[in-house]
Design a binder for this molecule. Structure first.
Ligand code: PHE
Length: 338
């Protein structure tokens, strides 16, 4: 005959039931007219010596009431779960081992950004972040790109319809507004990087309407272009390969003077050209005196350099990925390779 522990077990199973079907099956097991454990136990009462019958019957009836009550409550709970029961039933134990061999891991992009923070952290750079919805003022004007400057067309902008007190709003087209934000809130000397998302109306194998950059800025008393090159070369080698192939070219950005671009040898589409080709990965240069002035820094006393890296492009080179759009498609066959 069923004993205390089996009733207790039913009680636990009812509490753990995850669906109405599961609950109905348990109910059947206990109470079905022909073979229910409780039904049989009650029938068996006849066979018990009369002296014991009373206590046993009392006990059984208590369990019967209790289990009926538990079933009823659990039924209601499953039909309209309370916050408490949801927490209990739907909680995901993220520390549980997965059944197969597969383990999750960071996506390529945040993984790379962590590496960036580590590499620049070792060179004494602080880490900052800023808004993706920016003002025209920070994204352009204070960076020496006035309204009718042709350089604005270099970065086709997503404008936002509403404004705030500071003027027109946009999705930042570059992380460079972080140079201004950081210089306005910190006194030189300073060293900082600012990774984050940026947005441009652009889409093909090497452009995406949303992509990641990290900005860098170093301001001091006698910082030169040679210091900038040293930092660029160290970063490129540490973030891709020790023997990475790259070249410096002059480039134009209104907020630096002189400006440079760094290309890296890209073997992403070897099928197309055996030699591979060059892909621009960094824009950099000495911070323009106008920008320093806009941030309340005296360009006669201080100078320095700024740079902006394209995160996806660096990763494409590092892992020989031919199409930048693979980063955002969530295709596990792609993601599992890394
Ligand atoms: N903001 C520039 C771009 O997105 C890159 C850059 C950053 C150039 C800092 C110079 C200095 O193209």
């Amino acid at each position: 005959m069923a004993d205390q522990s089996s009733w207790k077990e039913y009680e636990d199973r009812i509490a753990a039931a995850r669906s109405a079907e599961e609950l109905a099956a348990i109910e059947h097991e206990i109470f079905s007219r022909k073979s229910g454990t409780m039904t049989l136990a009650l029938k068996e009462l006849q066979t018990i010596a009369p002296e014991q019958r009373r206590t046993v019957a009392q006990e059984l009836n208590e369990w019967k009431k209790k289990l009926e009550e538990r079933l009823e409550n659990r039924k209601k709970e499953l039909a309209s779960p309370s916050d408490e029961s949801l927490k209990r039933d739907e909680a995901i134990d993220v520390t549980l081992e997965l059944p197969g061999k597969e383990r999750g891991h960071l996506h390529l992009i945040p993984e790379f950004i962590r590496k960036v923070e580590e590499v620049f952290g070792r060179m004494g750079f602080d880490i900052a972040s800023g808004p993706e919805i920016e003002t025209e003022e920070f994204n352009f004007n204070l960076l020496n790109i006035p309204r009718d400057h042709p350089a604005r067309d270099m970065q086709d902008t997503f404008w936002i319809k509403s404004k705030n007190q500071e003027g027109r709003l946009l999705l930042r087209t570059q992380t460079s507004p972080m140079q201004v934000r950081y210089m306005q809130s910190h006194k030189p000397p300073l060293r900082v990087i600012a990774p984050g998302k940026v947005y441009r109306k652009d889409s093909d194998a090497t452009h995406s309407p949303m992509f990641h950059q990290f900005e860098g800025l170093m301001i001091g008393k006698d910082i030169t272009l040679a210091n900038m090159k040293a930092v660029m070369i160290t970063a490129i080698r540490e973030l891709t390969f020790p023997d990475a192939e790259f070249r410096f070219r002059t480039g134009f950005f209104p907020f630096v003077e002189p400006g440079l671009e760094v290309d890296m040898r890209w073997r992403g589409d070897e099928a197309e050209s055996r030699e591979g080709r060059w892909l621009e990965v960094v824009g950099c240069g000495m911070v323009h005196p106008n920008v320093l002035k806009n941030c309340g820094i005296d360009p006669k006393k201080w100078q320095g350099f700024a740079f902006g890296f394209g995160v996806e492009r660096m990763i494409m080179i590092k892992h020989q990925i031919p199409d930048l759009r693979s980063f955002y498609q969530g295709d596990l066959r792609f993601l599992r390779q890394f």
